[in-house]
Design a protein around this ligand. Structure first.
Ligand SMILES: [Zn+2]
Ligand SMILES: [Zn+2]
Length: 148
């Protein structure tokens, strides 16, 4: 943009411009300046347009902010739901895992007890056979092999 000191007022071609309109950029002289909200304009029309458009910009920014915080809120709600689901799923998994582990241990204990009692029975039976049968008879060995 050309230096303002080189320009003349568009309304008064004989008067040098001192500033450009904040809205349309027209060079204007001291007499033509319309001040609004600390800015200089060539006309009330430009001042009003500026106020309206900044108002619109603010509106747009506001509604965007509202939409942002709304979607942020939604995002947080979704996060909370996901966290709750994950926590619930983890709890369920842990809980079930503990149950399954307990069941497995219980079964293992039962199996071990059964195994021990079978072994004990076998030992008992073997002892009985050894007690009741004489010498190294083939019959004794056969019976022993059966319960080994
Ligand atoms: Zn203007
Ligand atoms: Zn002027």
């Amino acid at each position: 943009m050309a230096d303002i000191s080189q320009s003349v007022c568009l309304n008064h071609p004989e008067t040098p411009a001192v500033i450009r309109c904040a809205t349309c950029g027209k060079p204007i002289c001291e007499k033509c300046i319309v001040y609004m909200n600390g800015s200089a304009y060539c006309s009330t029309q430009c001042a009003v347009n500026a106020a309206n458009s900044s108002g619109r910009v603010n509106d747009v920014l506001e509604s965007k902010k509202r939409a942002d915080s709304k979607s942020k809120g939604k995002f947080i709600v979704v996060l909370i739901i996901l966290a709750a689901l994950a926590a619930g799923g983890y709890w369920y998994y842990q809980n079930n895992q503990a149950k399954v582990q307990r069941a497995i241990k219980k079964t293992e204990r039962k199996l071990r007890r059964a195994e021990n009692s079978v072994k004990a029975d076998a030992r008992e039976a073997k002892k009985e056979i050894q007690k009741n049968l004489p010498g190294d008879s083939k019959y004794k060995k056969d019976r022993e092999n059966l319960v080994k």
